[in-house]
Design a protein around this ligand. Structure first.
Ligand code: NAD
Length: 265
């Protein structure tokens, strides 16, 4: 089994911080939408809002690209699309293999967003012999015995793992040994890779768990607020002086006669 770290240093060789690299796809997505609407320029504030990023952070990020915009005009949308695409290495075609063509792998194979962003699905690989030759999203599935040959022939450097967790490390090791240097891992397990190999992990259940945490906290805040209001109300009732007899609207008739009105909290 391969050993080593799964993370790169915080900055890349060209001095762009990893956090900035992680935001570039967000800018690109927002800019692509503007470009499709033929919007020629955009202010840092507008683009930051569209990308869900703080505008000062955006200006700092763009300074790493050498892009400063024009005062009063903003950034040239088409040029920024080109600059960010170039920085992310999207101006070239990236053949990708997907390993594990079950529910998830098949859905990923059919996802048009890969191709439109320059990621060509070069091969679909699965260990189940019954799937060999069957087309998924128009691509025939190939058997995992041929994994090394497929990677070499297609010059693949990016592999997507959508196998069960128990075999993910073994699949990862084979991908890496065959020359893959970037892995997108959907299996719920931590992969160990040698230096020089990048792993990105996608786990929707972790995202849901984080949302659950926030939901719980919001619910806690609401019930605390309700409890506080109830305590305030009780305190107010306890200290409220009896309403003067005969005060209009300040008393109501109960079965035992006049009942003191509750003071508003
Ligand atoms: N990250 C996420 O958000 C997310 C979401 C859904 C599923 N998953 C994970 O993705 C993986 C796949 O889920 P699924 O629902 O598609 O499962 P699935 O059982 O439908 O598909 C798994 C596929 O992997 C193949 N396979 C098994 N061993 C293999 C090997 N050694 N080499 C190549 N192929 C192999 C199987 O034949 C099968 O076709 C699981 O690990 C699951 O936990 C992750």
């Amino acid at each position: 089994m391969a050993t080593g770290r799964t993370h790169r240093p915080a900055t890349r060789s060209r001095g762009i911080p990893e956090a900035t690299v992680a935001r570039l796809p967000l800018y690109l997505r927002a800019l692509t939408a503007l470009s499709e609407r033929s919007v020629p320029t955009v202010s840092s504030e507008e683009l930051a809002a569209a990308a869900g990023v703080n505008s000062a952070k955006l200006r700092k990020d763009f300074s790493y690209l050498g892009s400063y915009g024009t005062r009063g005009v903003g950034y040239d949308v088409e040029y920024l699309v080109y600059q960010i695409s170039r920085e992310l290495g999207l101006t070239q075609d990236w053949p990708v293999v997907i390993v594990g063509i079950g529910n998830l792998g098949a859905a990923l194979a059919g996802y048009g967003g890969f191709a439109s962003r320059g990621f060509r699905v070069a091969a679909l690989i699965d260990a189940d012999p019954a799937m060999t030759g069957k087309p998924v999203a128009g691509i025939p599935v190939q058997h995992s015995d041929d994994l090394e040959k497929i990677i070499e022939e297609d010059g693949v450097s990016i592999g997507v793992i959508a196998t069960p967790a128990g075999v993910a490390q073994q699949v990862c090791d084979r991908l890496v040994a065959a020359g893959v240097t970037s892995i997108l891992n959907f299996a719920p397990t931590v992969l160990s890779v040698p230096d020089g190999v990048d792993v990105r992990k996608v786990d929707l259940s972790i995202e849901l768990q984080i949302l659950a945490f926030h939901e719980q906290r919001k619910a806690g805040e609401e019930s605390n607020a309700e409890a506080d209001a109830a305590v305030d109300e009780e305190t107010a009732t306890a200290v409220a002086p009896p309403a003067p007899r005969g005060a209009t609207g300040g008393s109501r008739k109960g079965p035992d006669g006049d009942v003191p009105a509750v003071m508003p909290a």
